[in-house]
Design a protein around this ligand. Structure first.
Ligand SMILES: Nc1ncnc2c1ncn2[C@@H]1O[C@H](COP(=O)(O)OP(=O)(O)OP(=O)(O)O)[C@@H](O)[C@H]1O
Ligand SMILES: [Mg+2]
Length: 347
């Protein structure tokens, strides 16, 4: 399987002796051949199928794809948040050198927050309604670091200021329901950043917000990513959002990555018929409010995976080969890959 986003070479400082000393930057996160199935008595849902990608430090990767394509399951796998009893996971997930699937419960709890953190679409799923914002942040800090209550409160205040919450001192003692949707979202980001994670997973964090607040939160996230030097994986339905925030884009369909590349390559020269179909109805310049357009046909049934390309039944250009054999990701340009048998014949 082709490795998406190969190891890159860091820029060379002026005073650095050159020959043989160019430092190689390792990925911050690496997902390799991830498969996730949910088993119940009646059926097995093949939610994620052979997903592989690397995320370099400070990169923002956007995952786009229609509902049920496996975006959230991929994110939750990286946090190991899926119900263990009914989930079967295979493959490898590495975050900052830690093999996530091999860690004990205690180790994974430590990793969450300290090195990898997640923000969700709906802040109330992450914020506890019965505790003040300040208490939730200080507890998150104290769960990972041996600091006094007053030091944790000082840091909590800094975090509320970092996420640009106005009148931060008074908000420390506010309960989540006392904040507006936009401020709640900022408070959730503050909780997620409380232990300075190296990797932030954001699962549709702006979808529930109105357009103006959505832009403010996106700008904030991009600034924080830059200031704190985090890697970010950002799930969105909105191609306009991806165009604004992404360095790289992964397109998912039926639990697989069907296209991966720089945001520019994927948006300007989409190679996979699914990506093309999505982009075809997104008018340039009006992309901000454009949810993924509906593509005719039914989404793949993840309980019964077909033999060939999973998009073939809905694809306008498929051939008999597409129904027989599943395509692998192949390079369409440097660092731009797509999984389609017809890549070379499409123009
Ligand atoms: N805990 C679970 N048990 C059983 N099936 C699940 C579970 N979580 C997700 N699934 C199934 O896995 C598939 C992928 O779901 P996932 O939540 O990753 O989709 P998604 O791409 O995030 O969609 P959306 O854009 O609607 O959020 C879906 O068919 C979903 O029903
Ligand atoms: Mg989801």
């Amino acid at each position: 399987m082709r490795n998406l986003q190969t190891t890159s070479v860091a820029p060379v400082a002026k005073d650095m002796p050159l020959a043989g000393k160019i430092p190689v930057v390792s990925p911050l996160a690496r997902v390799k051949d991830l498969n996730v199935q949910f088993r119940s008595r009646d059926a097995t849902v093949h939610a994620v199928n052979g997903v592989s990608f690397d995320l370099m430090p400070r990169d923002v990767l956007c995952i786009i794809g229609e509902s049920g394509s496996g975006k959230s399951v991929t994110m939750k796998s990286m946090m190991r948040l899926l119900p263990p009893k009914k989930t079967v996971m295979t493959g490898e997930i590495e975050v900052n050198g830690h093999k996530v699937l091999d860690l004990s419960e205690r180790q994974i709890r430590h990793l969450r927050g300290a090195e990898i953190s997640m923000i969700f679409q709906e802040p109330m799923t992450a914020l506890d309604p019965v505790y003040t914002i300040g208490r939730q942040i200080t507890e998150a800090i104290r769960a990972h670091e041996p600091v006094t209550t007053s030091e944790a409160r000082r840091r909590a205040l800094e975090l509320l200021e970092l996420v640009r919450i106005p009148s931060a001192v008074s908000r420390l003692d506010a309960y989540p329901h006392e904040l507006s949707g936009g401020l709640r979202q900022r408070a959730m980001i503050a909780v997620a950043l409380s232990c300075k994670p190296k990797l932030l997973l954001a699962d549709e964090p702006t979808t529930a917000l109105d357009a103006t607040v959505q832009i403010q939160v996106l700008v904030l996230l991009r600034q924080l990513q830059d200031e704190l030097g985090m890697g970010v994986i950002f799930v969105t339905h909105d191609i306009g959002v991806a165009a604004q925030i992404a360095d790289k884009i992964a397109v998912m369909y039926a639990g697989e990555i069907v296209e991966f590349g720089s945001a520019r390559d994927v948006l300007v020269n989409p190679a996979h018929p699914y990506t093309r179909a999505m982009l075809a109805s997104t008018v340039h310049g009006q992309a901000r409010d454009a949810d993924l357009p509906v593509i005719p046909g039914d989404p793949a049934d993840l309980r019964r995976l077909v033999a060939g390309c999973r998009f073939a039944p809905r694809c306008g250009v498929s051939k008999s080969l597409c129904l027989e054999r599943a395509p692998s990701l192949v390079g369409v340009a440097a660092h731009h890959d797509a999984a389609c048998h017809l890549i070379n014949s499409l123009t």
